[in-house]
Design a protein around this ligand. Structure first.
Ligand SMILES: Nc1ncnc2c1ncn2[C@@H]1O[C@H](COP(=O)(O)OP(=O)(O)OP(=O)(O)O)[C@@H](O)[C@H]1O
Ligand SMILES: [Mg+2]
Ligand SMILES: [Zn+2]
Length: 450
C-alpha cells in the first residue's frame, strides 16, 4: 500500500522537483529545495466507504451546528461560533498568544459541550497546567496530551472521543513512515491530511496552530491553507497589549472580520468596542494627526493616523510607514505633488497608525493626505473632533467607499462632531447628531478642513 519516492521540495512554496536546483522554479527563492520522501498513501481520502453521487435536491441542508467558544470575539471571526467537524488553522508570530487563546476556548467548550483534547508538541503537561492556573482553567472535561507522533495522537482521539481537538503546533507533528524532519513540507502535508481525515470522519472540530516565518508567511506549503475550512491570523506587536485576530479564509462566514483582544496576566480579554481603545490616548487636533475610519469585515473602527514630514538633505528621502501599505503612501504623495503642487521629494515622511492596527483597503486615503498636508504646512484643522474617510484617486478625486453609513453611525456613537465623506456617499447616509460634509476632490477637502 505504501509507496515511497524521493523528491526535492521547496520549503517556501511546496514546489516539487525530481532533481535538486539552486533556485526554486515555483517561487524563485534560493536554496530552499530539500530532499524529502513522499509517501503515497491510499488512506488519504476522507472516506473509506465507497461513495456514490447524489442529486443536489436530495441532499439534506440545514444550518451548521456551531459551538459557542465562550469568547465573543473568536465566535465573530469564525462566523458565529466554531462549526462542528470543521478544520481551522490559526497562525501568528511566536509569543503572540495562540496557546493562551486556544486554551481559554478549549476550557469554555469543555465546560458546555463535553470532552476537549489539547495536544501540545511544544510544551509539557506541567507547563500547560501552569498557564492554565494563571488563566483560571478548571474544566474536568479538558484533557492534555504532550505528544508529537500523529499515530499515537490518533489512538488517543479514538479512545477519548473528544468534540474538539487542538493541535499545537502542526510544525512539531510527525508521521513515523516519513523520514523528513517535523516541520518539513511533506510532514506538514501528511499530518494535516491525517487530521482532516480524522476530523471529517468523526465529526470533530480541529484547531491547528501554525508558526509563521520571519517574512510573515505561513511556514510550510500553501496547500495547508487550501485544505482547511478556515484560516485565522493572530496579529499585533508583542510589546503592545492589543492583539487582533483576523479571518483570512472562511468556508462558514465572511472573511476580513476581526476580533480585538488585550493580553493581560489572567489571559486574553475581549475588547467589545475597539474604537474606544484605539482612540484612548488621542489628543484631538494635533499637527499631522487625523482620526480616520476603516471597516474590518462588517465592523467600523475609528483610529488615529499620524504623519510627520521633515525636510532632509539626503538624496533618497526616507519613507517609513507602520500600519499603512507603503505603495498606498507613495500613491498619495504622488497625487499631492502633482495635483496640489506640494513637494515631498526633499522630505522624510513617517506615517504611523496608532495602536498597532494594520489598515487594509482605501478608507484611510483622504485622512492620510490631510495628515501629510497638516504636517508639512504645520497647519491645524479648523474643525474640531472630525472623522475623515474616502479613497483618493490618481486624478485627485475622492472616491466613494462601501459601508459609509456604518462609519458615520460609529462616528456619531463615539461623540464626534463632524464627518468628512465622499460626495457620492453623502446622499445615502443620514445622521442627527453629527455634521456630514461631502467632498468630491482632495482640493475641496483641504479647503474645507484648513
Ligand atoms: N505572567 C504573565 N502575565 C502576563 N502576560 C503573560 C504572562 N506570561 C505570559 N504572558 C503573555 O503571554 C504570551 C505568550 O502567550 P502564548 O504562549 O499563548 O503565545 P503563543 O503564541 O502560543 O507562543 P508560542 O509561539 O511560543 O507557542 C507572552 O508573550 C506574554 O505576552
Ligand atoms: Mg504556544
Ligand atoms: Zn518555491
Amino acid at each position: 500500500m505504501v509507496k515511497v519516492k524521493t523528491v526535492y521540495i521547496c520549503q517556501e512554496c511546496g514546489h516539487e522537483s525530481l532533481k535538486w536546483m539552486g533556485k526554486c522554479p515555483g517561487c524563485g527563492a534560493w536554496n530552499t529545495l530539500v530532499e524529502e520522501q513522499v509517501v503515497q498513501n491510499k488512506k488519504n481520502t476522507i472516506s473509506n466507504i465507497e461513495t456514490q453521487s447524489v442529486c443536489i435536491q436530495n441532499i439534506k441542508s440545514g444550518e451548521y451546528e456551531r459551538y459557542n467558544t465562550g469568547i465573543k470575539e473568536l465566535n465573530r471571526v469564525l462566523g458565529g461560533g466554531l462549526v462542528k467537524g470543521s478544520l481551522t488553522l490559526i497562525s501568528g508570530a511566536p509569543g503572540i498568544g495562540k496557546s493562551t487563546l486556544l486554551l481559554q476556548s478549549a476550557n469554555n467548550i469543555a465546560e458546555s459541550y463535553g470532552k476537549v483534547l489539547y495536544v501540545s508538541g511544544e510544551e509539557s503537561g506541567e507547563q500547560i497546567k501552569m498557564r492554565g492556573d494563571r488563566l483560571n482553567i478548571t474544566s474536568e472535561n479538558l484533557f492534555i496530551l504532550a505528544e508529537t507522533n500523529i499515530d499515537i495522537i490518533e489512538k488517543n482521539i479514538d479512545e477519548l472521543k473528544p468534540k474538539f481537538v487542538i493541535m499545537d503546533s502542526i510544525q512539531t507533528l510527525y508521521k513515523p513512515e516519513i523520514t523528513s524532519a517535523p516541520g518539513s513540507v511533506s510532514q506538514v502535508r501528511e499530518c494535516s491530511n491525517e487530521i482532516m481525515r480524522i476530523g471529517k470522519l468523526q465529526g470533530i472540530a480541529f484547531f491547528i496552530v501554525a508558526h509563521i516565518t520571519k517574512q510573515g508567511e505561513l511556514a510550510g506549503p500553501r496547500v495547508l491553507e487550501h485544505m482547511v475550512d478556515t484560516v485565522l491570523s493572530f496579529e499585533g506587536e508583542r510589546t503592545e497589549e492589543y492583539r487582533i485576530l483576523r479571518t483570512i479564509k472562511n468556508r462558514f462566514g465572511t472573511t476580513s472580520e476581526i476580533g480585538v483582544f488585550e493580553m493581560r496576566e489572567e489571559g486574553l480579554i475581549e475588547i467589545n468596542n475597539p474604537s474606544n481603545v484605539f482612540l484612548e490616548e488621542t489628543s484631538f487636533n494635533q499637527e499631522g494627526s487625523v482620526v480616520i475610519a476603516t471597516v474590518e469585515g462588517t465592523r467600523p473602527i475609528l483610529v488615529e493616523i499620524q504623519a510627520l514630514v521633515s525636510e532632509t538633505k539626503a538624496v533618497m528621502p526616507r519613507r517609513t510607514v507602520i500600519g499603512v501599505d507603503s505603495s498606498r503612501l507613495n500613491l498619495i504623495l504622488a497625487v499631492l505633488e502633482k495635483k496640489l503642487k506640494v513637494p515631498f521629494y526633499n522630505c522624510d515622511v513617517y506615517v504611523n497608525v496608532v495602536g498597532g492596527l494594520n489598515l487594509e483597503g482605501t478608507y484611510g486615503d483622504l485622512g492620510l493626505a490631510i495628515a501629510l498636508i497638516s504636517s508639512i504646512k504645520s497647519k491645524f484643522m479648523k474643525m474640531d473632533r472630525t472623522i475623515i474617510v474616502g479613497e483618493v484617486g490618481l486624478t485627485g478625486e475622492v472616491r466613494p467607499v462601501s459601508f459609509c453609513d456604518r462609519v458615520v453611525l460609529e462616528a456619531e456613537k463615539m461623540g464626534f462632531s463632524n464627518v468628512i465623506i465622499p460626495k457620492r456617499n453623502e446622499e445615502k447616509v443620514k445622521a442627527e447628531d453629527i455634521k456630514i460634509i461631502g467632498v468630491s476632490s482632495l482640493k475641496e477637502a483641504i479647503s474645507k478642513v484648513f
